[in-house]
Design a protein around this ligand. Structure first.
Ligand SMILES: [Zn+2]
Length: 510
């Protein structure tokens, strides 16, 4: 009965709100909460209270839960906390968070494939526990403990059950290892909200005057993003921040300390009045956000519908292949490209697009009208120096077919393409293949393809997207108080640069 009245009314409201949205740029706000303190029981209540503050306002947040935290909630019989959080998005924040070795510590010794396997080995059980205890089929996102970031995590997310209902893995956190223009981006096969710069905000929960300052900062970001036609603001807290005086992990695991479980200490707690004032301030901060037209609170699960990968969804027609091929063949480096239809194409997608176009042209004896663009990861090792300057067509053809097979079977850009015993760097091979594809299309799409007698292979082609990956520095990993003093992870930076093949901006759906 209710529905008969409500549905037409709802339809009118939706029509009205979509009209307003079309007229006004939307500022999406993602609120995420790293729910990790498994030592101080008051943190359980804090998580529940934060969830209720959101629920009471009709806002859904994203709670990234640590595996041990979920187990502790179960052991303490906190079904009430679990139920309160379940009204929101449930993501993952590692199995043990700060117990050593942390993800960057154990991955600092790994290469690509063994690193993925190691991440899965150490983190899968915790993800399973969070899924089981919270009763959710998948976890909406992952983000690393502290600065304990590594690109093997991105590649492992599907394997550990971090997948949104849209079938996409979302990486949601903050850090400086990789970033693109303070906006969401694609990297390592995941949709990343990371390194958001001026679009990452945090009101101080405990400072007098923090609310006014926090609202002013929010308004400034809101105005700037509205001026740009809309965008995303990322705001994060830890439920424990409302109740503790010091982070639970700094008390126990500071600078590489690793006491046995029996010796873990609880962090000191704030007086209740301070905690209450912080809840008040947080509620008022949310109310301020809601008072601004065009603000929409979103969860990690909703991001794949807001940020699309159009070239992967739609494929590339002949005009797009032609455009990408020409720019690759004429340009000196491999970089992110945007086609005339406004779609971004990462270097790895360019590799998939160009090589599968040629493979089908060879196999079918005519140029395909549309090629699918599969999602490849970056190569797993540093490329070799290219050893050939030119190949006869048949040798190039055979190298290409082998490269396409490797890319297909391993879902990654080959670390090197073999022409017989000679090695070719994948970026050089991509540009050589692009020149062939461009010439075929220019010769006339209707005619049977006329392959060249020989193919020139360039050398030293740079992958320009590596510039978006931070150089190794003492602070990049060592800045986190939990990592040992001076901790560095150059192997992780190396792996991160190889995955720069997969980088590109995430486009907002129209
Ligand atoms: Zn954390």
């Amino acid at each position: 009965m209710k529905w008969r009245v409500a549905v037409p009314l709802l339809g009118l409201l939706l029509a009205a709100s979509s009209f307003v949205r079309a007229a006004e740029p939307e500022v999406s706000v993602i609120l995420w909460f790293d729910t990790e303190d498994y030592l101080l029981p008051a943190s359980d209540d804090a998580a529940k209270r934060v969830a209720e503050i959101l629920t009471g306002r009709g806002i859904r947040g994203t709670f990234k839960v640590v595996g041990e935290k979920a187990r502790v909630l179960e052991q303490r019989s906190r079904a009430d906390v679990i139920a309160a959080l379940r009204k929101h998005d449930i993501g993952y924040h590692s199995n043990l968070h700060s117990v050593h070795p942390t993800p960057a510590e154990y991955l600092s010794e790994c290469g690509w494939l063994d690193g993925i396997a190691e991440f899965v080995r150490r983190e899968r059980a915790g993800a399973g526990d969070v899924r089981r205890i919270f009763g959710v089929p998948g976890l909406s996102c992952y983000g690393q403990p502290g600065s304990s970031w590594a690109p093997q995590a991105h590649a492992a997310l599907l394997q550990i059950g971090v997948v949104t209902p849209g079938g996409i893995s979302v990486y949601l956190d903050e850090g400086s290892q990789v970033g693109l223009d303070e906006k969401p981006f694609w990297y390592g096969g995941a949709l990343n909200v990371f390194n958001m710069g001026r679009n990452q905000l945090r009101m101080d929960l405990h400072e007098t005057g923090g609310l006014e300052k926090g609202c002013a900062e929010f308004k400034a970001a809101y105005d700037r993003l509205r001026g740009e036609g809309g965008g995303l603001v990322s705001i994060y807290y830890h439920p424990a921040e409302w109740v503790h005086q010091e982070f639970w992990d700094a008390v126990n695991f500071r600078r590489g300390a690793n006491p046995p479980r029996e010796e873990w200490k609880r962090p000191p707690q704030r007086p209740p009045a301070e905690t209450e004032a912080a809840y008040e301030r947080f509620g008022a901060y949310l109310d301020f956000q809601r008072s601004l037209p065009g603000v929409r609170h979103v969860t990690a699960s909703e991001l794949p519908a807001i940020y699309r990968n159009r070239i992967r969804e739609e494929g590339a027609d002949l005009a797009t292949v032609n455009e990408i091929a020409e720019r690759l063949a004429r340009g000196g480096a491999v970089d992110i490209l945007r086609d005339r239809r406004g779609r971004f194409v990462s270097p790895a997608e360019q590799f998939a697009l160009i090589t599968s176009f040629l493979e089908r042209s060879i196999g079918n004896g005519r140029l395909p009208a549309l090629v699918e663009v599969s999602g490849l990861r970056g190569p797993s090792e540093r490329p070799p120096v290219t050893e050939v300057a030119e190949l006869p067509w048949r040798a190039f053809r055979d190298a290409l077919l082998d490269a396409v097979d490797e890319a297909h079977v391993r879902a990654q850009v080959p670390a090197r393409v073999f022409a017989g015993a000679k090695k070719i760097a994948p970026a050089d091979f991509l540009r050589a293949a692009a020149a062939v594809a461009f010439a075929l299309i220019e010769a006339g799409p209707g005619a049977p393809p006329r392959f060249p007698a020989a193919v020139a292979i360039p050398s030293g082609t740079a992958v320009a997207t590596e510039r978006f990956v931070a150089e190794d520095s003492p602070d990049l990993f060592g800045g986190w108080i939990i990592h040992p003093e001076g901790f560095r992870a150059p192997r992780i930076v190396e792996m991160a640069k190889l995955q720069a093949w997969t980088l590109k901006p995430a486009e907002r759906a129209p």
